[in-house]
Design a protein around this ligand. Structure first.
Ligand code: ZN
Length: 447
């Protein structure tokens, strides 16, 4: 467990919420192990257990009838879901949440309130977001000390706090949060090239994403590129060292002795974050080469291995498999626009998700909501109406069926049913976004 607490100066003090945070860490590792252990099951059985057969009508160009709920229907449902989640995770707990992360905890509720504010303009949601962040801030600083990322660490509270404060006009509060993030920049830069993982949930890129999110809302140099450059360089140096024995792949990373490929712990998440930075030609070529390697070594189905050397074509999740990689490929298609392979590979991944992505879970990490988001990304990239149709089809499937499928035990509501990444929080985000596809963004991944 303590291997997670790489900032060793603070890891000796682990109590209360910090223990809970480590429990969260263990839970996520267990989740990954459970997912990977599915390899032990015969692939056909594992697959049929994981997703519903997709009988939803596909887009018919000769008869493009839209039978889905309206944007207004989705918006009303999203607001109701958001209110339920605020009640369950904040109001009913009288502000004493034990899980302080964005991934499964109360900062995820704050993120959902911010999404609601963005889509509806309701200032009360912005104020609720900030109330949650301000009330949690001291506990986050104290108990999440060893954890640095947006999704599972301090940076989630600090980055969202700076942004929400900006929109309320509270400059003093905004600068307080910004200063906390800048202190983290120095702290992480000082660690150098070793001693910290690089992946998105617990590593360097998970912190860099928080800085990108802040710059997106507060202005490009709110956290300067030059101050972040040492951290970006550390990620690249680490990847080159990890790729020493991989002749055809310029960058490779390990998380707990496994070379993951997916968005949560592996190459897709790391490459995605790197592509948002102004890279040198050599750095950009290494990112591009790594993505080429992944495309060249995908399964014949169009899906992607969970990790280097893993042969099971089973998982079709944001965290592991085609969905997270599709989002990264869409970004690559934008950054490396002269290279047509990325757009085509993203479209190929979309076919896998349409066939095998109607998962028996609702969340965005490893559920239908996350997979619906991939079609929105494809739609923004290609403007082909088939992808918007598919996003609406998955969203409507959840709108019409999730409640009774969960009640009857045929669908899992998530280990943390009110959370942003495993539960209905991500579903609410999807329903907020489905009416504005051009503005849609996979939470805490797309900028
Ligand atoms: Zn997952």
């Amino acid at each position: 467990m303590m291997r997670a607490c790489w900032l060793s100066s603070s890891s000796s003090v682990v109590s209360g919420s910090a223990r809970n945070s480590c429990t969260h860490f263990r839970r996520h590792r267990r989740h990954c192990r459970v997912q990977l252990n599915a390899r032990c099951v015969r692939a056909s059985n594992a697959m049929s257990d994981r997703f519903f057969k997709n009988d939803l009508p596909d887009y018919d160009v000769s008869n493009p009838v839209d039978r889905f709920p309206s944007s207004q229907d989705f918006s009303v449902a999203a607001i109701a879901k958001k209110d339920e989640i605020v009640e369950a995770t904040w109001s009913r707990q009288r502000g004493l949440s034990r899980d302080l992360t964005l991934y499964t905890g109360v900062v995820g509720t704050a993120f959902l309130c911010f999404k609601s504010f963005e889509r509806t303009g309701n200032k009360n949601d912005l104020l609720k977001c900030l109330e949650i962040l301000n009330s949690s801030n001291a506990d986050v600083t104290r108990h999440l000390k060893p954890y640095v990322t947006f999704l599972c660490g301090r940076a989630g509270n600090y980055a969202l706090g700076a942004i929400a404060s900006k929109y309320t006009g509270d400059t003093t509060n905004m600068l307080k949060y910004l200063e906390l993030l800048k202190q983290m920049v120095e702290e992480i830069s000082s660690i150098g090239n070793s001693g910290m993982p690089d992946e998105l949930l617990y590593g360097r890129t998970g912190f860099l994403w928080a800085c990108l999110f802040v710059n997106e809302h507060l202005g490009d140099e709110s956290i300067t590129w030059s101050s972040l450059r040492p951290i970006v360089n550390a990620v690249l140096t680490s990847g080159r060292a990890g790729a020493r024995h991989h002749a055809n792949c310029p960058l490779m990373y390990e998380w707990y002795n496994t070379k993951y490929w997916g968005a949560a712990h592996g190459l897709a998440g790391i490459m995605h974050v790197l592509m948002h930075f102004p890279l040198t030609k050599e750095d950009a070529n290494d990112v591009k080469g790594t993505l080429h390697y992944m495309i060249a070594n995908r399964f014949p189905s169009g899906n992607y291995p969970t990790a280097e050397g893993h042969e099971d074509d089973t998982l079709v999740h944001w965290c592991h498999g085609a969905p997270g990689i599709l989002l990264t490929l869409c970004k690559a298609a934008e950054v490396f626009s002269s290279d047509a392979i990325f757009k085509q590979a993203a479209i190929d991944a979309g076919e896998v998700i349409w066939k095998r992505g109607l998962l028996k879970r609702i969340g965005i990490c490893h559920g239908v909501s996350g997979n619906a988001y991939t079609f929105l990304a494809l739609y923004r990239l290609t403007h082909d109406p088939i992808h918007l149709h598919r996003a609406r089809a998955f969203s409507s499937f959840l709108y019409e069926n999730a409640r009774h499928l969960v009640a009857s035990g045929r669908m899992h509501s998530g280990d943390h049913p009110s959370s942003l990444f495993e539960g209905r929080g991500g579903l609410a985000c999807l329903w907020f976004d489905i009416g504005k596809p051009e503005d849609s963004r996979f939470p805490a991944y797309e900028l």
